[in-house]
Each structure stands twice: as C-alpha cells, then as structure tokens.
Design a protein around this ligand. Sequence first.
Ligand code: SF4
Length: 389
Amino acid sequence: MSASNHASAFVPPATDADGRKNLVGLSREELEGEMLSIGLEKFRARQLWHWIYHRGSTDFAEMTTLAKPVREKLADAYIVARPTVVKDLKSADGTRKWLLRMPDGQEVESVHIPEEDRGTLCVSSQVGCTLTCRFCHTGTQRLVRNLDSAEIVAQVMLARDMLGEWPAPPDGRMLSNIVMMGMGEPLFNYDNVAKALKIVMDGDGISISKRRITLSTSGVVPMMERCGQELNVNLAVSLHAVTDELRDIIMPINRKYPLRELMDACRNYPGLSNARRITFEYVMLKGINDTPADARALVKLLEGVPAKINLIPFNEWPGAPYERSTAKAIQVFGDIVNNAGYASPVRTPRGEDIMAACGQLKSASLRLTAAERAAIANVIAEKDAALAS
Ligand code: SF4
C-alpha cells in the first residue's frame, strides 16, 4: 500500500517568500547534496546537523563553528523554519497543547504530557484523518493532507523550544518520549513519518531512542511489518473492540483489515518479545464494549501476543456519540484482563480541560450547530464509502 493512496499528494513548498529552502526534515544525504549544490564542502552538512538538531539553532549567525562567509552563504540560500504557534494552551494538570500553523495555513496540534521525571510528546502525522473511528474527534474532520517530514520533525523541535531543552540534558528530559498518536493515521503517511523519525532518532541530533518512540496505528495491516523492520519503534494498536461486528462500526478500517488479519500482523511484528510488548489501546465506552464478557474475549484474542492493554476512559467531546464507562465497569474489566496475566493500566485522562486528551484533537471550533453536525455526518459517510471502495 502506498501512503499517497489515502491522502492528497499536495505538500506546501518548503521555501520562504524569498525562495530560500527549509533545511529541516532533510536526511543527512540530502543535506550533503544541498551543501554541494551551493559550492560548499560535504562535511558542512555534519556541522549544520549539530547546530540544527543538537543545539536547536534557527539562525545561521549563531553557528559560530562555521566561518562568517559560509554562514552568509547559507543564510542567502536557506532557512531553518518552525511552524507558527497559533495557540499555547496549558491544562491545570500541566499538559500543554500547541496549535501549530504550517506555511500553507493548515493547522495541526501537538500535545506535551509531563510526568515527574519525563515527558511525552504526542505528534500528529496528517492534517485531519481519512478514517472515522467513531469515538475520535479528529475523525469528524476531512483529511486535508499528509504532513511532510519537516512538519513532523518540527513539532518535536518546537516542543524543545517551548520546554527550553536545547541542547537536551542527558537525564531528566521533559521531552523524553514520543508517541505518534496525534491527528492522522501514521501508516497512511509512512514515508514522511519514517523519514522524520529517523531524524528524531539520530544520536548526533535530537537523539530520542527507538525504545522511547511509539507509533500508534488503527490497524493498517500491510504496513505494520515494514514499520517494524525499518524503524523498530514500539507499536501501539487501537483495538477498542473484540468482535468484527462491533469493530466494523466503531473503527470502520476493520472492514478492510479484520481482526484475524490484524492479530496475525501483531504476532509477526518484528522484534516482539516479553520485554517488548505491543500496547493495545482500548477506549472504555459505556454499554458498548465494557462488559466482563468483552474482557474475557479480549484475553482470548490476545493469546500468543506479548501485550499490554491501556484502558482509556472515553474523553467526551461536543457531539460525541458515546459516554464514558463507569469507574466500576472499568475496574471489573481491568481485573479480568490483569488476572489473565496482562498489564492493564487505566490511563488517567490528561489535559481534558484544553481538549488535549486522547481522541479529542481537532483544530476546529468546539460548539457545533445542527448544520455543522449534518456536515460532519456527510464527511463520515463519504469517508466510509471511500474506505469500502
Ligand atoms: S483515532 Fe486516529 S485513525 Fe481513528 S479517526 Fe482518530 S485520528 Fe484517525
């Protein structure tokens, strides 16, 4: 499957108004090519990499290990760009959500979730999403386009700017982990996501290890093995239902890649072991998927897969078709899964007051009129029809 099957191929030009090219998001080889193209030596790429990705510099004038004429030449031809921060929202629990505007005006959200001695950034891979997971706010939005590698890496760089972590300290970083769990399905934009994550993992730059990166998929079966082989990052699967009948409804991608195929792809995910388990995300929806029978069926489904289950109390959003399960139902469900030998922590909702919790991301206004609700229903119907074809 190619990523472009599911998204507009349009990507905004990576230049500023003066025609200067953005260097963020280029691979090391591409950066070397750029240096040669303006008559500089190849090794300048290594120096630039250090300034851009280790020091977080956006101004060539600061790059003092480069001679002044070299800096001037670079500044004439290139920029080191960041997206514009349109909103910087801080939750009472410390979670931060940034609404970011890209050069073509499209907007995405990234969320930083701090914990005592670490912090996780939830990164978006697309503007909107082609899928229509019924519990997800982003799913009510049309897919506008894929993000390119620069726009994905830039979310990480901008978070480091905001957290004041250039260069990043060896221990106690507040941006220590990444989850590709923001807006969009990352495996429908695999090439850009892979290129961006290789830059993020590079030890001479941003240097976040593959062990601290988790890619979350709704179950794009044909891309899962490649992702494991090439990137070897942790995998999270949005499961949310244990029968095809229910999963077809709440996650329509299941009609294309049903549970049996999904679970086979999980069993075959490269590098899987008891020390490296797949995380299954399971949103708790009152009266829909939260009975003891569902919990027992989940245990059966997971047979043979080193797994951990994240139970996610549903985060409500305006117009949402579901309600959160009761605390009691979540506890009973969790106990059954736990007693079967699977870790099943209940995820504490974070950033609810700024609509930054799981499944709540959407860069549009929150109050829906009847016309807007009808428009959303149309979008969902169109996307379901596209998925079925
Ligand atoms: S849960 Fe993820 S894949 Fe599903 S609609 Fe939301 S953003 Fe898209």
